[in-house]
Design a protein around this ligand. Structure first.
Ligand code: GTP
Ligand code: MG
Length: 220
């Protein structure tokens, strides 16, 4: 087909190829989830069903996109780590980002050249999970015990982690370390190779390998 006179508009598109040989981390974050969680009456501070659903969706994404080697989720966000040699959509940023996850999330792709940078990124997100969850656990325990939201905010203003642990223990008999790991640390999805039995073309039982997605709640 001859080139149309409109073809020139393509020149306005910027080349968004991501540089080669870097870890690609795609972080998506639920849009307006504060309102969304209120409308759907999520349990506070952690709604098991919603978090399980996030994990289930991420597991499906990870199974479908072979280049994802690890994923980390907490609250309304998920980070997907694509291997350095990933050639999905020839590493075109917009293509990768706009197709990664069907519901409405904002996302970004950040490129990390070294394994250390990648490890630090994941530690940073997990630290964020811990700080927010410790605060939210205190906040909602205070509110559920009859304080107003403003009173709870005032009680927690300026407190350290140790103060919050102490508050939970002395006022509510909650040992923070006994709260489910998924709430305290988020979820880590990795692929593990397993052996499975199947029949080959001649009907003989053979053992093959396949990768399955496994959910953990810690980094080792
Ligand atoms: P934008 O991302 O800027 O659109 O705002 P947002 O409303 O999504 O808030 P943000 O991403 O900063 O924070 C996530 C919000 O989701 C939290 O503040 C909570 O209100 C809500 N949320 C996430 N997980 C849970 C949960 O398990 N239970 C409840 N009740 N709320 C949750
Ligand atoms: Mg959000």
């Amino acid at each position: 087909m001859a080139k149309s006179k409109y073809e020139y508009v393509k020149q306005f598109e910027r080349d968004d190829s991501l540089i080669p040989n870097t870890w690609l981390v795609i972080r998506i974050d639920g849009r307006g989830f504060h309102k969304f969680s209120e409308r759907h009456q999520f349990e506070k501070p952690n709604d098991r069903r919603a978090l399980d659903l996030m994990n289930k969706c991420a597991e499906t994404v990870m199974t479908e996109i072979h280049d994802i080697i690890l994923a980390y989720g907490q609250s309304d966000e998920y980070s997907f780590v694509l291997k350095k040699e990933c050639d999905l959509y020839c590493r075109r940023e917009a293509k990768i980002l706009s197709t990664i996850y069907p519901p409405s999330f904002d996302g970004r792709i950040v490129q990390y050249p070294s394994d250390n940078n990648l490890r630090d990124y994941l530690s940073w997100r997990q630290a964020d999970c811990h700080i927010n969850n410790l605060y939210n656990t205190c906040f909602w325990a205070l509110v559920h015990s009859g304080k107003t939201e403003t009173e709870a905010e005032n009680i927690l203003r300026g407190t350290l982690s140790s103060d919050k642990n102490e508050l939970l223990h002395s006022l509510f008999n909650i040992n923070y370390n006994n709260i489910p790991e998924m709430y305290r640390k988020g979820s880590v999805l990795v692929k593990q190779e397993i052996d499975f039995k199947t029949l080959n073309q001649k009907g003989v039982e053979v053992i093959r390998k396949k990768k399955i997605v496994t959910i953990l709640h810690f980094f080792s």
